[in-house]
Design a binder for this molecule. Structure first.
Ligand SMILES: Cc1cc2nc3c(=O)[nH]c(=O)nc-3n(C[C@H](O)[C@H](O)[C@H](O)COP(=O)(O)OP(=O)(O)OC[C@H]3O[C@@H](n4cnc5c(N)ncnc54)[C@H](O)[C@@H]3O)c2cc1C
Length: 361
């Protein structure tokens, strides 16, 4: 995966092969799927959850089916999410749950809603059905008192996702953070948005909860803004993203009761958060703070955090091979193009390999 061109070519071939029903599932299952996913179903992911738990690392079940376009499939997704949420609520090794709104509401409807362009009564009805599915899941999380994170998506879909999250937090976060929104700090408007949310929480008297990430769709965002000629929502450079990420962490750690899930593979950012926790006298293990990484990425960092006594969990994506392919391709591309922390991970793997060869010789 360190070869960007190879990843691009194999990704294209995999999509093409699955579309024409060529027998490649086995190859995908034995390679990228095994690396980045827990299993093809919740039951098949149980051994991975147990393995992580043995190293002091929790799991966040992530049913990684994306880009659905039929009501029937979205209804099926809701059932799968409800089951996984119930499992999460009943197992201490799964500290909280996560889902993507685009698994329950068609992205075209979210985009139209974001532009205030939902005019057709059929579209309006379909949007409300989708929103009903989301609220159904969030209400169940509240009934089970199980925290649930809403992933952030592309900026042109995000406003209605934020609005739904806000409505739900007011209703369900009365005594603890049940509904947790995601802030993508590569967007230059997110610190201001965080400020508004915290003021709103104070006025309405609920507990705010946020997952802080840098953001996954930078190239797509920049390309679309360039093509359609609107202001690029992304920060001018990586330094600005890093600065706002660190500021958001500081604001949330200083807050009297906000929940923070820090989703990053960046070691320096995790170190920064631990330094602040010490400065603000916050306990390493608390219901208020969780470090999180994706399965198969920065595993050494997750282990290091767990060994140092912090609460840490891995996103554990699962689902049928062909349905999780978009997720897998994103991970493969991210690994091939990323510099910095992931190169560090690759260097660690090479060093380990060298050491094992020397030991075997
Ligand atoms: C547990 C977890 C949950 C996640 N959930 C989400 C989610 O809900 N939504 C989502 O969008 N992403 C999500 N991500 C992915 C995340 O947003 C990042 O894409 C990924 O983690 C890489 O960022 P980093 O902080 O780990 O690493 P780093 O290597 O420090 O940062 C890389 C990131 O910095 C930003 N960046 C890089 N170059 C520039 C530049 N020139 N200008 C401005 N910014 C730049 C980009 O966001 C890039 O992804 C999640 C990640 C984790 C670990």
């Amino acid at each position: 995966m360190n070869q960007a061109k190879m990843v691009q070519m194999l990704g294209f071939l995999a999509e093409w092969a699955l579309k024409f029903r060529l027998p490649v599932r086995g190859i995908i299952r034995a390679t990228v799927f095994q690396e980045f996913c827990g299993g093809e179903s919740l039951q098949k992911s149980l051994p991975k959850i147990a393995e992580l738990q043995r190293s002091g690392v929790g799991s966040i079940l992530d049913y990684s089916v994306e880009g659905l376009n039929s009501e029937e499939l979205m209804d099926e997704t809701l059932v799968e999410l409800q089951d996984a949420l119930t499992f999460t609520a009943n197992h201490p090794e799964t500290p909280l749950f996560v889902f993507k709104v685009t698994g329950l509401v068609h992205s075209d409807l979210l985009e139209a809603s974001a532009k205030n362009a939902l005019f057709d009564p059929k579209q309006i009805e379909a949007f409300h059905r989708g929103k009903g599915r989301v609220m159904n899941l969030l209400r169940r999380a509240s009934d089970l008192q199980c925290p649930i994170m809403i992933d952030a998506e592309e900026s042109w879909l995000q406003d209605p996702i934020d609005q739904i999250a806000m409505e739900a937090t007011v209703e369900f976060n009365r005594s603890k953070a049940i509904v947790i929104q995601t802030l993508q700090m590569y967007r230059h408007d997110r610190l201001e948005y965080l400020d508004q949310c915290l003021k709103h929480a104070q006025e309405e008297g609920y507990v705010p909860g946020f997952k802080v990430v840098r953001g996954a769709y930078m190239e797509k965002e920049r390309k679309r803004a360039g093509l359609l000629g609107y202001l690029d929502p992304i920060q001018p450079d990586k330094e600005a993203t890093d600065r706002d990420t660190h500021r958001a962490i500081e604001i949330l750690l200083q807050h009297p009761n906000a929940f923070l899930c820090l989703g990053t593979h960046n070691r320096s950012t995790c170190v920064w958060a631990t330094v602040l926790m010490e400065r603000f006298s916050l306990a390493k293990i608390s219901d208020r703070i969780l470090f999180a990484q994706l399965l198969g990425m920065s595993d050494s960092l997750s282990a290091e955090l767990a060994d140092a006594g912090y609460r840490v969990a891995k996103y554990l994506p699962y689902g049928p091979v062909d349905k999780v392919l978009p997720y897998l391709l994103r991970r493969a591309r991210e690994n091939s193009s990323a510099a910095g922390e992931l190169s560090r991970e690759y260097a660690l793997l090479l060093a380990e390999q060298r050491q094992r060869r020397q030991e075997a010789a």
